[in-house]
Design a protein around this ligand. Structure first.
Ligand SMILES: CC(C)(COP(=O)(O)OP(=O)(O)OC[C@H]1O[C@@H](n2cnc3c(N)ncnc32)[C@H](O)[C@@H]1OP(=O)(O)O)[C@@H](O)C(=O)NCCC(=O)NCCS
Length: 146
């Protein structure tokens, strides 16, 4: 049985494991994770959702809601989404995105965006459409860049 719930402090170890496999162009720091994960759990405009099969974590999603002027309301930005390799193709990614969209629309969001083309076909299967590409500037010495 699949469940999708807001993450808790008990999910930190599982999410840290997923993060290391999600972040292909970055080398996540355990120290930074330990500092930032609790802040995200408390953030009013952030969602970290965990997918569980029979109680075992099999994927997670991190997204933020940002109030905009141009879109006429908050937009949802899906920042991280990862499903355990052994459970791909079972509808877990779709269920995580649907759950965060349900929360976003209920919170008044008017749009959802994904700042990457990494899983373009997956998102297109969910109804997302290609839009602008991004520009990025990283703090010097802040790690490897895409
Ligand atoms: C992208 C990812 C989250 C998909 O998770 P998943 O649980 O395997 O996806 P689902 O089983 O829910 O698939 C949903 C739909 O997307 C399609 N899909 C999934 N992965 C796909 C791929 N790589 N290429 C094309 N279509 C894909 C499925 O066929 C399915 O379509 P359908 O329902 O019409 O049959 C997973 O492959 C992953 O964790 N990838 C590595 C991290 C990543 O790229 N994250 C996204 C960037 S934020």
């Amino acid at each position: 049985m699949l469940s999708i719930d807001p993450a808790t402090t008990e999910d930190a170890t599982a999410i840290w494991g997923f993060l290391q496999r999600f972040a292909t162009s970055y080398a996540p720091s355990r120290e930074a994770f330990g500092r930032n994960y609790p802040r995200l759990l408390e953030g009013e405009d952030s969602d970290i959702l965990v997918a569980r099969r029979s109680g075992i974590a099999v994927g997670y999603l991190l997204a933020h809601r940002s109030l905009t002027l141009f879109a006429g309301g908050p937009i949802l930005e899906i920042i991280e989404l990862y499903v355990d390799e052994a459970h791909r193709g079972e509808g877990i990614g779709r269920a995580l995105v649907q759950a965060v969209l349900d929360r976003a629309w209920a919170a008044g969001c008017v749009e959802a965006v994904v700042p990457t083309r990494r899983a373009e076909e997956f998102y297109e299967a969910l109804g997302f459409q290609p839009s602008a590409t991004y520009l990025k500037l990283r703090l010097l010495g802040g790690g490897e860049s895409d």
